[in-house]
Design a protein around this ligand. Structure first.
Ligand code: FES
Length: 350
């Protein structure tokens, strides 16, 4: 353990802990835009700077480890002045459309601008206008709102291991880009949306949430994904009694904040007018709607008929990873005990 002074208070943390993590563990919030505990340390935004006694310059709290006897100030006059300058610079080429931005209300840059009282940038220089990439059905990429924190690049490389995006260009023209500046789609990206989850601004947004302000989400219900057998957890976001989309739940044991394209964007099927909501039976070569009672009785009759005519092994049952363990157990029990065959299989067996 090492002991140091944080804003006048002595605290002890494990050796190797950064100032940012040590402060967080002791209830002190140091602003940060490029830090994420699940990603490699980048140290690019510099918003986390703190004053360390004896150091000539301000130090980035996310990259500096605590040393025995260190004296750290996280909100001194010098620190606050530096943070104001950094936010001022970040806003120098940032659209001022907070009122209509999809991230309004959950944008970290907006939060910090509010915290340090920066209403708009004092810089009057050139502004770059990039095209908005919105061709795919699930996400929108607005490079004008990007602050180059690199979280999307790192999550794509380090967590998703896809490397669909990276930094391109130099200096003022640095941007996050795809190979050959191609629009994001399933050919160069898995559309997992991990980059959306970590983006602190409105540069990357989930189209499913368009039209829903963050404060209109009335409840978040943690559930298990129904789309495969992995059992990922996430939060269903409700606007009134309607499910509007999925956000990751950091406490999910199986998947953490990772989700795949199906888990993150599947909820639109719930309200899809093409969804089959009643049983269908084929009559004269055409499917017609029927009741559950009729449908189930038809299945029972057909199974009995086949068993009597050809024996139980003429019947086979395929179950699904989308069912619960209990449902799958009951299904195989029905096949073995009621029908009398071991012809039962499951798509997740292999
Ligand atoms: Fe430390 Fe960005 S959070 S430099």
């Amino acid at each position: 353990m090492v002991t140091f002074t944080l804003n006048g208070k002595q605290v002890s943390v494990e050796e190797g802990t950064t100032i940012l993590e040590a402060a967080k563990a002791n209830g002190v919030d140091i602003p940060n835009l490029c830090y994420d505990k699940n990603l490699s340390i980048y140290g690019g935004c510099r918003l986390c700077v703190v004053e360390v006694e004896g150091a000539k310059t301000l130090l980035a709290a996310c990259t500096t480890e605590v040393r025995e006897g260190m004296v750290v100030q996280t909100e001194s006059e010098r620190v606050v002045s530096a943070r104001k300058d950094i936010i001022d610079l970040l806003l120098a080429s940032h659209p001022e459309d907070c009122l209509t931005c999809e991230k309004n209300g959950e944008c970290k840059l907006q939060d910090y601008a509010y915290r340090y009282g920066i209403k708009k940038s004092s810089y009057k220089g050139e502004r770059i206008e990039y095209a908005i990439d919105s061709l795919n059905p699930v996400m929108e990429r607005d490079p004008n709102k990007c602050i180059l924190c690199g979280k999307c690049v790192r999550v794509c490389a380090e967590v998703q291991v896809t490397n669909a995006i990276d930094f391109a260009g130099r200096g003022f023209k640095t941007r996050v880009s795809t190979p050959f500046e191609a629009p994001i789609d399933y050919k160069n990206c898995r559309l997992c949306g991990q980059c959306i989850s970590v983006c602190p601004t409105g540069a990357l947004t989930n189209k499913q949430f368009k039209g829903t302000r963050p404060w209109e989400i009335t409840a978040k219900v943690t559930t298990t994904c129904p789309l495969c057998g992995v059992g990922c957890n996430f939060d269903l976001n409700l606007k009134g009694d309607k499910i509007v989309g999925v956000t990751p739940n950091p406490d999910a044991v199986v998947n953490g904040t990772s989700l795949c394209v199906k888990g993150r964007y599947h909820t639109d099927f719930i309200y899809n007018p093409d969804r089959i909501t009643t049983p269908l039976i084929k009559k004269d070569g055409k499917f017609v709607e029927t009741t559950w009672e009729t449908a189930l009785n038809t299945v029972i009759e057909k199974l009995k008929e086949t068993k009597e005519k050809y024996g139980p092994d003429a019947i086979g049952g395929l179950s699904s990873a989308r069912c619960t363990n209990e449902e799958n157990y009951v299904f195989q029990k029905m096949m073995r005990a009621a029908i009398g065959t071991h012809n039962v299989d499951h798509c997740a067996r292999t």
